[in-house]
Design a protein around this ligand. Sequence first.
Ligand SMILES: *Cc1c(COP(=O)(O)O)cnc(C)c1O
Length: 485
Amino acid sequence: MQQPLTQQRLRAGVPASRLRQQRLVVRATATADPTRQDIRREALARGPAAGSELFNAKFVPFKDYRSSDGGLLDVYHDMKELSKFGPDYWKSLFDSRIGTTTWPYGSGVWSKKEWVLPELGDADIVSMFEGNSNLFWAERFGREALGMSDLWVKQCGNSHTGSFKDLGMTVLVSQVNRIRKLKPGAISAVGCASTGDTSAALSAYCAAAGIPSIVFLPADKISLAQLVQPIANGALVLSIDTDFDGCMRLIKEVTAETPIYLANSMNSLRLEGQKTAAIEILQQFDWQVPDWVIIPGGNLGNIYAFYKGFKMCKDLGLVDRIPRLVCAQAANANPLYSAFKKGWEHYEPISAKTTFASAIQIGDPVSIDRAILALNDANGIVEEATEEELMDAAARADRTGMFNCPHTGVALAALTKLREKGVIAPSDRTVVVSTAHGLKFTQSKVAYHSKEIAGMACSYANPPVAVKNDIGSVMDALRSKFPAI
Ligand SMILES: *Cc1c(COP(=O)(O)O)cnc(C)c1O
């Protein structure tokens, strides 16, 4: 189905002796040109971080997967080696790397390198210093809309291409970069099917590394900003007359028969990068565990990635528990929600209906089994949001200074419902994961604020007031809103 992701490949696929030789070669060039010490060369000269020869990660079959041809793999870390270093070591190591420009640790993902892909050489990493995103205290929204005092929004969309997909893509493209160096010709290009954000991230990281990329997009189902990103980054963009699930089927066929590497989130390398957002949340709270983390879910890789990040911190003793997880789905694309309502007895893929939360318009999620495992272990729940609920929630929170994408709207709407039902208490420390930047989704926001959405009241719309070019009209307009002036 995809390139065989052998353990050997993940472990770099080369004997250590050859790696050392390579390092020496690059070092020799570095000294030949001492005026050009860039941060990548500095990393090479510095050599691997302490203990890194002990750590390793490998692909193992995902333990719960149902069908043998499903091909889901998981990255397994040698926890015994990692645990030898103790929680305080890891906390201070991770803390020491924040805010630096040291290659590659200036990245929020690679600052956790030992837990992500320990054996990858620093020089092979393709990074844009992603991660380290703001944890926003939603003070006014929490207090006024929900009566909450401890509500936070993890702004994963404040990122290079505007979504959390950067966190996973840096890992995947780095590994591809390595394989291409070791075996020229093994991978001629990297391809993905996408609801928009994956293709933006893939094409940007590939462009940075000089690797060709190919994206399969469902025609007319993604935002303009998402469409223009891979175009600008020079990817081959195929706009296909189908939906995401259709694109996914096609790219799987293509990658099965060609040396094109599949970059979709069934590829567990991406989840290794995404899981660092969970570790980051704990770090930002000074290793205090929040009560709830709410994540919008479509293909369901991210909910599992967050679970993995939290679980790893618990297993290595950095925290003593994991937060309860909520997966928030659009009611128009809710196969996980339906299965949850039936007590996980019965799961059935659906044909997803159109939703403004276009990145989660997925009826047949690849990582369904991963998500169920995560939710079961994290005492998790699934909530859903209608189109009106998600647009209202995003708009209402925008009025308190945010600028939310519709997916974040799904998570905020789920939170609102769980507060109303009393499941989440006013004092519970709660983190909503914002998955993309609102600026990628201006079309739907414009439609909402223009009250142009059929069948939707658009209760929080704030349309601009058209005013004639004279002072009287301007004053009238001002007084209609502020009678006192
Ligand atoms: C990809 C994406 C999601 C869904 O993540 P999954 O891992 O597919 O569940 C949610 N929001 C945005 C903005 C995304 O790009």
